[in-house]
Design a protein around this ligand. Sequence first.
Ligand code: BGC
Length: 907
Amino acid sequence: MNNSSLQLTNLRCEYKVNPIGIDALQPRLSWQMVSKERGARQTAYQVLVADSTDGLDATEGHIWDSGKVSSGESIHHPYQGPPLRSGQRCYWKVRVWDTHDQPSEWSTPAFWEMGLLSPFDWKAEWIGPDLKEDKSSPQQCPMLRKAFRVEGSVRSARTYVTSLGLYELELNGRRVGDQVLTPGWTSYDKRLQYQTYDLTELLQEGENAVGARLGDGWYRGYLGFRNNRNLYGDTLALLLQIEITYKDGRTQHVATDGSWRSATGPILYSDIYKGESYDARLEKALWSRAGYDDSGWSGVRVISHSKEILVAPPGPPVRKVQEIRPIRILKTPKGETVFDFGQNMVGWVRLRVRGNAGDVTTLRHAEVLDKEGNFYVANLRAAEQTARYTLKGGGEEVYEPHFTFQGFRYVAVEGYPGEPSLSSLTGIVIHSDMTPTGGFECSSPLINQLQKNIVWGQKGNFVDVPTDCPQRDERLGWTGDAQVFIRTACFNMDVAAFFAKWLKDLAADQNEEGSVPFVVPDALSKVFRSQPPGGGFNGFGSTAWADAAVICPWTVYLCYGDRRILEEQYDSMAKWVAYMQKQAGEAYIWNTGFHFGDWLAIFPESNPLIPPPRTPNDLIATAFFAYSTSILEQTARVLGKKGDAKAYGALLKKIKKAFCEEFVSKRGRMDSNTQTAYVLALMFDLLPEGESPKAAKRLVDDIRKRGNHLSTGFVGTPYLCHVLSQNGYLDVAYDLLAQETFPSWLYPIKMGSTTIWERWDGIKPDGSFQDASMNSFNHYAYGAIGHWLYSVVGGHDVDPDAPGYKHVLIGPQLGGGLTYARTSVDSMYGKITSDWKLTEKGFRLDVAVPPNTHATVRIPASSVDHVTESGRPLSGAEGVESAHQDGKWIVVEVGSGDFIFEAAKVS
Ligand code: BGC
């Protein structure tokens, strides 16, 4: 008999729903169970893969049948059938057995489709426009086109496409796909992504035409401050292949080759930092349709460029995700007309305008207005982020830029014919299209705004790579920022595949010594090669930045149960630790090379009364050497590399010993006495047995001495509140969180921020700005407090021994005068919630635990007898497996289900 109350949903392959064009040779399959019953668990599963949906139901034609496999695991099952071919479509379904060995119904079918797995699959040739160009400056964007015939009725058609530079594709006058900034940004010399699109519906019998526009993008546009361009190459090119399968079984290829045509068009230039200039009078109407006369166009050049580097995108594409209406139009004291979108956002503006041919409307973008209320762009440095639109005249014109994006809340409009209204501009939000997974809300409106700012920081800075900022002439994949924020990012959105992609570039860009670049993809060492900055600064190897190589894969493993990312990154992780070991030598103290240190920590001049020191770089470097080694030891254990695990364990001991001898006095005082020094030592468990309380006390003394203020920078801040709450100072952590004066998380909120700032005092209390040379208002690093909000205030955490929330840890820690917090995470297994509130009777905690997981729930109460579940004593409650007291907590073990725990107030 089937268990009909058990259903299977959310079938995913490599984190995606029905992906096409993937290149994982053993794609991993995951599913979720839905069941109203408590304690629902999978005990076995069966996966069936076939070449058609009909085939799934038939008894023959199967590609792979796993058979009934005893397993409680419902995520990341690698396909284990015969090798998969390029372009092969596989349909699959799954069923599971419950705890009574009853099978579920089969799931509804899902599919995946392979991309091009070998360079030899590419019949296409690289082509570039045969047009005159001045490669030293932004040029008119080229258009490439080709007409072709379709002879018969089409069963299916795909196109595989990529470019040097960015591309936008059209077929028969329609845009292909909804991705933007394709092919994305990777370490182009080593890995270049191609996209796969389904063209079946876009083709027509008879004449067809395909057209692509190219833009400079990261490949040859301005990149990496200092007005550098052409970092990867100076020639734009397209590689495209259409594969048509007719209903009668014939196949046809259309591919880039020497027969294509090229021309320039309306885009005078389009550049990531600079923005775009578009002259609508130069549009070539119907250029991507059949029948267009391209006899006046130029030819193309066939270009020699590798096809060995082509890869399918593991991560989500960048898309237009949201639209925002402006909230007001204002006139600044200087007389500028400025639209306020009410939110610092990333993307661009859609312009609606009517006027005469040749009228020019200019849109300039800024994050903030200055103290006087004028438009402020000094912090953008060389990034013009300006869109210029020249009208063609004759009715309403609607314009959006193509190969650029801006970071802004305000848009200054010049040259708009007539009076612009609120409907003249629409904000288009773009980012990597990650599924939102987290929710956090509590009784403090300021903290809720903080959470919103964190999420907006993530949206704006997850644009194919995790960037530091989205507005000034930088926008680079800073490794330090990424490792600092990744844990928070994993709560807010599904970032597993996003990071899997970026980590492949990190490994690809690691140098021969195993050192890791400051930024990934490594654009900066290209800049430094032509303009050496001196001072031992070569773009590689800064502590806490390069440790992204180890921290990021480990975090993805913890949050998504993704063991393969550890397998794939293991060499890269090990190389980085080996590099540090070499630097540290026999003394196990790493005191060489350039480091950013506790970047943007509160400098002494902020308060002359407080003794100044900075956390020494060798202390930070040695602490992270230990931390990465400890993660690597755990990784080796997970992967069954026992010898490695032992060796890393032994290394860790030596580092810890050296650390204490070098940086900790006999009375527990740490070198420099900074908050960050104590935070790192405590968080990374570097102190000798029994010494932690002293260190925690010194940390707290410093915070109290500063009037409940932090002094930490990028390195110490992410761990600060964790260290406090883990060492008996939950109240101090809440005091820091609730602090509204500089430096604190809520100070920028009080100053009206809608994103996380780069600096604690981007805008000073008197309304003036921090140094314009480095003052971004959209930098996610300090948003790393999100981890503490979710895991301590909300009480959600993962168990490293059962990662991916297979074993859910729930245990909100109340404080800070909060009266409720509602927290949820859509895990690989389903939605986990923890909603707590203070009630008249005492305390109530609503918990949802998804099927096929179990949870340990910690409830603040003084006795098991004071706690009920759905009104019943814990001992009789269905699904409650055990309950016991642990100090101030009642610890309850449960399987899946929705539970309501209440604890009576004890007077
Ligand atoms: C970036 C950072 C980065 C830093 C290196 C800055 O310019 O914006 O966030 O980590 O340089 O310290």
